[in-house]
Design a protein around this ligand. Structure first.
Ligand code: ADP
Length: 644
C-alpha cells in the first residue's frame, strides 16, 4: 500500500515537471518582455521654451505633437519646459536632443550650440495654417499721444510673455529694430496673463501693451464684445496674406523644432515624419479684418488641433533682421568700445606725454645739476690747488722770512757771539802758551802738559759748539720735526744767549716741570721763537732795576705744554698789545717788526698758540702752547697718509 502510494506520487511528479518548467519559462519570458520594452525604448529629451514654470504637457498646446512622437516604437519623447537660460545650460551639456523654441531665440542657439531647425510650427486659424507670426502694439483707443513707434519714448509698456509666449529676446529684437531700445528709455513689464495685460491698459497703468498678433483680438471677441469694453487701438497696423491678424511688426517664422548637433539625420527624419503626419486640415478661410474690427469666424473648438508642423520656413528674413540688429548692437557696442578705446588711448597718450615732460625736465634738471656739480667741483679743485699753491708759497715765504730774520737776529747778536767765542779762544791761547813755556823752559812734567792740552781741547770743543749752533741756527733747511724735550731746547737757547743775557745783567729764573712728554717740533724754529721772545724780553729790561726773566714750562689740560717767558720790563700798552703780532709792527728804532709775527706763525704751524699779556705788577708775559701728540698717533697718521 505504501509502495503503491509512493509510485503514484512519483508518476504524478514526473507528469507535473514539464508543466512547472513551462510555467517558469513563461513567467521569465514575460518579465523579459516587459524589461525589454523598457530597455529598448530610448529616452529622447525635448526642450521647450516656456516662461511658465508650472507648464506641463497635459493641457499644453504641445500635447498632440508629443502624442504623435511617442507613437514611435523605440523612443520615449520627454518634454522639458525650460526658460532660455535653462535651455542654454542643458544644450551646453548636450543634455537635450531636440528643442522647440521661438524663431529669434533659435537663431541665437543655432549660433551658440549648432542646433538645426527641421520643421516650423503652424498656427491654425480658420482651419488654415500660418507659419509666420507678428507682434502687435496696442494703446488705449482714446490715447492719441501714441500713434507711431517713436511716440513710445519714455512710455511704460507691458508685454505678454507666458501663455503665448513671446520671448524677451524677440521683444528686444523687435523693439531694437525700431530703434526703441537704444534710443529711448522704455519701461518694459513682462506680464504672463492676457486679462492682466488688458486691465493694465484700461487702468492706464501702462501706456501700451504688446502681444502676439491675434491674441488680443481673440480675447476681444470673447470678452470685449460681451463686456462692451472699449477696443484697444493697434499702432502701425499692417496686413499680410501670410498672417491671419493685423500686426505692427514684420512677420517672422513661427516656432521651429530643431535637433541638437549630435542627433543623426535618421532619427531627425523619423521625428519630422511623425510630426508631419498630422491629419489634413479642413478647408478654412482667412479671418476678416475690417478697419480695426475683428471678426473671427471660428472658435478654438472648431480646430482639429491648434498647432501643426510644416517643413522649415525660409529664415532669411529672420537672419537679415537678426544680423541687422546684431550688427547694430555690435555697431553700438563697437561705437562705445571704439569711443572708450579712443578715450583710453587719449588718456594713455596724455599720461605718456606728461611722463615724457617730467622725464625730460628731470633729465634736464639732473643735467644742469650735473653740470653745476662738475663746474663747482672744478672750481673747488682749482681753489684747492690755488690754496695749496698759496700755502706752499706762504710756507716757502715763511721759511725764507724765518731764515732772513734768523740771519738778522744773528747780526744783532754778533757782538755777543764774538764775546762768547772769545772766551774759549782766549782760554785755548792761554793753555797753549803755558805748554810752550813749559817745553821751552825744559820742564819735562808731561802730565801737566797733557792736562793743559786736554783743557785746550775742551775749549776748542766749546768754541766749535758755539759755531755749530750758530751755523745750524742760520742754516736754511726744510722743516724737520722731531720729538724733543722742550726743556732741553730752552737750555740750548739759553747757552746760545748766555753772553748777551749776562752782559745785560739779566737774571734768568727757570721754573721747568720735570719729565714733560716730548713735543713734536722743528727744533730750530722753536729755538728761533724762544730767541725772539728772550731778545724782546731782554730789550724791554733796559734801564730796569733788577732785570729778570722767568722761563716756565708745565703740562696743561693733559694734552699740551705751556711755555711762558715773563719779564719785569716796561710791559706793553693796551693799544699796542693788539698790534704787536702784526708784521712790521715795531716800537724800536732798529726793529724790523717781524719777530713776533714769524714766531706766531711758527707756533701755529705746530698747532699751538702764542699770546701776550701784561703782568699784574710789571712787565710782559709771552706764553706759547704746543700740543702733545703721541708717537702712536703720529705713526697711525703716517700709515694712514702715505701719500702725504
Ligand atoms: P721788533 O723786535 O723788531 O720790534 P717784534 O715783532 O719782535 O719786532 O716785536 C714787536 C714789538 O712788540 C716790539 O717793537 C715791542 O714794542 C713789542 N714787544 C715785544 N716784546 C716785548 C716785551 N717783552 N715787552 C714789551 N714790549 C715788547
Amino acid at each position: 500500500m505504501t509502495m503503491t502510494r509512493i509510485k503514484l506520487l512519483f508518476i504524478l511528479f514526473l507528469f507535473f515537471i514539464p508543466l512547472i518548467h513551462a510555467a517558469q519559462n513563461e513567467s521569465s519570458s514575460s518579465r523579459l518582455y516587459n524589461s525589454s520594452i523598457l530597455m529598448e525604448k530610448q529616452r529622447i529629451s525635448v526642450g521647450i521654451l516656456s516662461y511658465n514654470p508650472l507648464e506641463t504637457l497635459e493641457g499644453s498646446r504641445w500635447k498632440l505633437s508629443f502624442k504623435r512622437l511617442n507613437s514611435h516604437p523605440d523612443y520615449i519623447f520627454i518634454p522639458q519646459f525650460l526658460d532660455i537660460e535653462a535651455l542654454q545650460k542643458k544644450l551646453n551639456k548636450d543634455e537635450l536632443d531636440f528643442v522647440i523654441i521661438d524663431a529669434f531665440s533659435y537663431l541665437k542657439l543655432e549660433e551658440e550650440y549648432g542646433i538645426q531647425h527641421m520643421l516650423t510650427r503652424n498656427e491654425l486659424y480658420s482651419k488654415k495654417p500660418f507659419s509666420l507670426e507678428g507682434l502687435s502694439l496696442y494703446t488705449k483707443s482714446n490715447n492719441y499721444n501714441i500713434v507711431r513707434f517713436l511716440d513710445l519714448k519714455d512710455k511704460k509698456i507691458a508685454v505678454l510673455a507666458g501663455n503665448i509666449p513671446i520671448s524677451k529676446t524677440f521683444l528686444k529684437q523687435f523693439l531694437f529694430k525700431h530703434g526703441l531700445i537704444i534710443d529711448f528709455n522704455i519701461n518694459i513689464e513682462i506680464i504672463n496673463e492676457v486679462n492682466q495685460l488688458l486691465n493694465l491698459l484700461d487702468s492706464t497703468k501702462v501706456d501700451a501693451i504688446i502681444a502676439k498678433s491675434g491674441v488680443i483680438e481673440k480675447k476681444f471677441k470673447k470678452q470685449y464684445v460681451l463686456n462692451k469694453m472699449p477696443l484697444p487701438r493697434l499702432i502701425n497696423p499692417r496686413q499680410s496674406w501670410q498672417a491671419p491678424f493685423l500686426h505692427s511688426s514684420e512677420l517672422i517664422p513661427e516656432w521651429p523644432i530643431a535637433k541638437a548637433w549630435f542627433i543623426e539625420n535618421s532619427l531627425a527624419n523619423q521625428v519630422a515624419s511623425l510630426l508631419l503626419s498630422s491629419p489634413k486640415l479642413m478647408d478654412g478661410q482667412l479671418i476678416n479684418v475690417n478697419h480695426g474690427e475683428y471678426n473671427i469666424n471660428e472658435s478654438a473648438d472648431d480646430f482639429l488641433e491648434q498647432y501643426q508642423w510644416s517643413i522649415a520656413q525660409d529664415y532669411n528674413i529672420l537672419y537679415t533682421l537678426f544680423s541687422l540688429t546684431k550688427n547694430n548692437q555690435a555697431l553700438s557696442q563697437n561705437d562705445h568700445a571704439h569711443l572708450s578705446s579712443q578715450f583710453q588711448t587719449i588718456v594713455v597718450y596724455i599720461i605718456i606725454f606728461f611722463l615724457l615732460v617730467i622725464l625730460s625736465l628731470f633729465l634736464r634738471s639732473s643735467r644742469d645739476l650735473n653740470n653745476r656739480l662738475t663746474l663747482s667741483k672744478q672750481s673747488l679743485e682749482r681753489e684747492i690747488n690755488e690754496r695749496q699753491l698759496a700755502q706752499e708759497q706762504a710756507l716757502s715765504h715763511h721759511d725764507e722770512l724765518a731764515h732772513v730774520t734768523r740771519l738778522s737776529t744773528m747780526g744783532e747778536m754778533a757782538s755777543g757771539l764774538a764775546h762768547e767765542l772769545n772766551q774759549p779762544l782766549s782760554a785755548i791761547h792761554t793753555y797753549v802758551q803755558g805748554c810752550i813755556r813749559r817745553i821751552d823752559t825744559g820742564q819735562d812734567n808731561l802730565e801737566e802738559i797733557v792736562n793743559a792740552l786736554k783743557l785746550t781741547t775742551q775749549q776748542a770743543d766749546r768754541a766749535a759748539g758755539i759755531i755749530r749752533r750758530l751755523r745750524s741756527f742760520v742754516r736754511k733747511e726744510q722743516t724737520h720735526k722731531t720729538y724733543s724735550d722742550i726743556n732741553n731746547i730752552i737750555h740750548e737757547v739759553l747757552s746760545f744767549l748766555d753772553s748777551q743775557l749776562k752782559n745785560n745783567n739779566i737774571k734768568i729764573r727757570l721754573q721747568l716741570q720735570d719729565k714733560l712728554a716730548p713735543v713734536l717740533v722743528d727744533i730750530i724754529q722753536i729755538e728761533q721763537v724762544l730767541v725772539n721772545l728772550l731778545k724782546n724780553a731782554s730789550e724791554s729790561l733796559i734801564n730796569v732795576n733788577g732785570p729778570g726773566i722767568t722761563i716756565s714750562t708745565k703740562l696743561v689740560r693733559d694734552d699740551a705744554i705751556e711755555l711762558c717767558i715773563i719779564d719785569n720790563g716796561h710791559g706793553i700798552s693796551k693799544d699796542k698789545l693788539k698790534r704787536i703780532f702784526n708784521p712790521f709792527f715795531t716800537t724800536k728804532n732798529s726793529g724790523l717788526g717781524m719777530g713776533l709775527s714769524i714766531s706766531k706763525s711758527i707756533i701755529e704751524a705746530h698747532d699751538g698758540k702764542l699770546y701776550a699779556t701784561n703782568n699784574t705788577i710789571q712787565g710782559a708775559r709771552f706764553c706759547l702752547t704746543l700740543p702733545l701728540i703721541s708717537q702712536n698717533n703720529v705713526l697711525e697718521g703716517r700709515s694712514g697718509n702715505n701719500n702725504e
